[in-house]
Design a protein around this ligand. Structure first.
Ligand code: SB7
Ligand code: NI
Length: 186
């Protein structure tokens, strides 16, 4: 089970590397990596469990964040209400954005990252809608259309696989400057 001490922090070169493709069928080691990353997300979103283990809640976790430079990320985006089905739950490998909207979107609260201890504030402009292609744990190719919050989470995780951190996208001079061309997502 991963704990906060296992999460790589900003400054660790693994977070700035281009991650390597995942091979299928998955090795036992990669399968365990996938399961352990998803386990982190599930426990981190459980209020009593996360307190017990002192885990920061996360909706995503990319392999470089646990020191593995591989193109794999676990994503668990909860539904709006408790007991709702998650908007997305899965481990994605070798993801690519195959098309995206002209419309940009940014979370109105900005973003955070388990690998960045001090929150860097500001809007993080991304694509509002994307079509992604990735491989699931069985190696099957999946094509998925996403918009708004889940689309933002996918892009945050995919950035990790390219050595990019969310604050790289923040306007340094005016971090909260609003733009007519960006949709702000609640
Ligand atoms: C806000 C938070 C995340 C994604 C998009 C907006 C995930 C935070 C956890 N992670 O550091 C995952 O890489
Ligand atoms: Ni992150």
């Amino acid at each position: 089970m991963y704990l906060m001490k296992d999460i790589t922090r900003d400054g660790d070169p693994v977070l700035r590397q281009e991650a390597a493709d995942v091979q299928f069928p998955l090795s036992a080691e990669d399968r365990k990596l996938a399961d352990d990353m998803m386990e982190y997300l599930v426990i981190s979103q459980d209020e009593t469990e996360n307190e017990k283990y002192k885990l920061r809640p996360g909706v995503g976790l990319a392999a470089p964040q646990v020191g593995e430079s591989k193109r794999m990320a676990a994503i668990l985006v909860p539904g709006e209400f408790e007991d709702d089905e998650p908007l997305f739950k899965g481990v994605i490998s070798n993801p690519v954005i195959i098309s995206h909207s002209v419309q940009d979107g940014a979370l109105d609260m900005g973003e955070g990252c388990l690998s960045v201890d001090e929150d860097v504030a500001g809007f993080v402009p991304r694509h509002d809608r994307i079509t992604v292609r990735y491989q699931n744990l069985d190696g099957e190719t999946v094509k998925l259309r996403l918009k708004d919050y889940p689309a933002i989470v996918f892009q945050h995780e995919m950035d990790h696989l390219h050595g990019v951190l969310y604050y790289d996208h923040i306007n340094q001079a005016e971090p909260w400057a609003e733009s007519e061309d960006v949709k702000y997502i609640k």
